[in-house]
Write a protein of this length. Structure first.
Length: 336
């Protein structure tokens, strides 16, 4: 599937069953639309090569489940839906995820509330699962308002590391629930089955949060400060997309030190500012090519409009990141 998108699943609604989408080739629109419920996200391909994505989603009673696999590194800037709490678990990867400036190894469970933006870097060859539910159901699963407050006090996006047995249990239950939910002849349309499956998922997800003192977090002010630096840098590019700013120019414009800028990008995205800004310009070029008319000179026009001046180097960098030539992307666009 190339350049397509699909409707979101709202965990507050109970109708519907499983959906599966296989994506070959990066499409920001398709990935942005793959989130659960009213959660908004913006995706950027960071790693080299043709991106292959598998997204599997299942709506249960009051919750919704999403399994995602990425063949190369992808960034997601996630704006949580009001009143929805999401629990994510890293199931497999050859290198750590980066979640809000922290390295998350396989087996890391993260809580995403509805207060702040979250930055997630999915490494290549990774798979993860998220369970989204109304905040009231989250509070009920935790057990008491006091326990919820204790978890929140651990900082932004609380994390806990699952042991191998707990991770295997989560993986087995998630895949069993999805396999049954994806079977047209199975009981997935039965409301009671959905409620029972949701109880099993909630129990296995939330058992890891039984001890709030085992949960770690990052001070919210530090997270907000780093996010502010990155968002401000991207705003500079949005204001003048025809030029890719140098790091010294960016520091002068933002009124920040090079060390602060580089630390924010490294901690949140795992990349230097210079590398990320170039990757971001290539992503913007791809998005435009997928929506452009197939006319002579269009690739050159798109490259120039996104800050590139050397067409040969642009083509090489584009192919290295996305696994295809700019002209191949243009030929697959929907515009004649």
């Amino acid at each position: 599937m190339d350049g397509s998108h699909f409707s979101s699943i709202d965990p507050a609604r109970s109708e519907g069953t499983a959906t599966r989408v296989m994506l070959r080739g990066f499409s920001r629109r398709a990935l942005d639309d793959s989130m659960l419920g009213r959660t908004a996200a913006r995706h950027t391909q960071l790693g080299p090569g043709t991106l292959e994505v598998s997204i599997e989603r299942l709506r249960l009673d009051s919750a919704a489940l999403r399994l995602a696999s990425f063949s190369t590194a992808v960034r997601a800037t996630v704006e949580p839906a009001p009143g929805i709490v999401t629990i994510g678990i890293a199931l497999a990867a050859t290198e750590p995820f980066i979640v809000s400036a922290r390295r998350a190894e396989v087996g890391t469970l993260t809580v995403f509330g509805d207060e702040d933006l979250a930055e997630v870097r999915y490494p290549g060859g990774s798979s993860s699962v998220t369970l989204a539910m109304p905040a009231a159901c989250y509070a009920e699963a935790i057990g008491s308002p006091a326990r919820v407050e204790m978890l929140q006090a651990r900082g932004g996006n609380p994390m806990v590391q699952l042991d191998k047995n707990a991770l295997a249990r989560v993986s087995d239950i998630v895949r069993a629930v999805y396999r049954i939910g994806d079977d047209p002849a199975g009981p997935a349309s039965d409301g009671r089955w959905k409620a029972n499956a949701e109880v099993a998922l909630v129990e296995v997800f939330y058992s890891a949060l039984a001890d709030p003192l085992a949960v770690t977090g990052v001070p919210r002010e530090r997270l907000r400060s780093m996010r502010a630096v990155i968002l401000a840098a991207e705003a500079v590019m949005d204001e003048d997309p025809i030029s890719i700013p140098s790091v010294p120019r960016l520091c002068r414009t933002l009124g920040t030190s090079r060390r602060t800028l580089e630390r924010a990008f490294h901690d949140m995205l795992g990349q230097s500012p210079a590398h990320y800004l170039r990757v971001r310009a290539l992503n913007a070029s791809r998005e435009q090519l997928l929506q452009s008319r197939r006319v002579p000179g269009m690739v050159t026009r798109v490259a120039i409009d996104n800050g590139f001046w050397h067409m040969g180097r642009f083509a090489v960098a584009y192919r290295a990141l996305f696994g295809e030539r700019p002209t191949d992307t243009l030929h697959r666009s929907g515009a004649a």
